[in-house]
Structures are given as C-alpha cells and as structure tokens.
Design a protein around this ligand. Sequence first.
Ligand code: FEO
Length: 169
Amino acid sequence: MNKNVEFAINQQINKEEFSSRLYLAMAIWCESNGYPGAANFLYKHAEEERIHMLKLVHYVADRGGQAELLPIDQPEQKYESLLDVFDKILNHEIFITESINSLYEVTMNEREYTTANFLQWYITEQVEEESLFSTILDKIKLVGADKAGMFHIDKELEGMAAAMVVAGI
Ligand code: FEO
C-alpha cells in the first residue's frame, strides 16, 4: 500500500476513534443531566464511530498494511446544554467531512484509485451525518427553553436510538 495513503488513513483512524470517545463523553453528560434519550442515541453513535474506525483498520489489513493506533485526545466532558452538545457535534462532523475530503485528495494525488473508491462510502456517510445532526440541532434551537419541547426531543432521540438497535448497530 502507498505509504502516504497509509499514513493519511492512520490519521483518519485516529479521528474516528476520537469521534467515538467524544460521543461517549457527550452520552455520559446527557445521562447525568436528564436527557436519557439523547444519551442512548449518543451511546449508539459512539458505537457507529467505532465501526467507521474498524472499516478503515480492516481495509489497511486487506491491502497488506498494518493500521497504527495513535494517541487519542481527551474529549471535553462538561457541556452547557443539549444545544451546546449538538452544536459541537455538528461542528465536529463538518471537521470530519473536511478530513475525509483531504484523505480523498491524497489518494487522487497518489493515483490510489482503489482506495479512492473505498472512500466513497465515507463521503456518502458524511452527507448523511451532517444532515442528521443539523436537523436535530434545528429542532433543539426551535424549542429553545421550552421544557415540554425539550422532553419531546429527548423522546424522539430515544426512538432514533431504538431504530439503530433494530438496524444492528
Ligand atoms: Fe465517522 Fe460521524 O463520522
């Protein structure tokens, strides 16, 4: 496997691993701050990020390389509100999209078209993730300080977490 591509994939593995840890930290905060539905949703999403990481790890192995696990930063563990949590999630996903795009650029520069093709899954996934989190964030902004509205959003997130279980995540 091309060394520049392998290096860039290892950086992405680290970012997906961090994403999983970040959503775990957010889930823990939600659980202790009265948002059980958001907590379950984020626990599930932390697992999903782990799957994103593993797909890259297996890809490197399939191409004759060996994934390298780099140190992971400690995520923020205190948040101001549910709005703060989802605002930070959306910003993080935008950062991940940029990172996937840069990785794709490396594969193009190195003429590693097989890896570029493999990365298409991540490109599509990022469109879905940004859209999902931006929809949730809009709803949270809409209810503002209304407690009943916030309760409803938490229930909705609980439903989404349950659907992720059904989907086998
Ligand atoms: Fe692995 Fe949420 O991007």
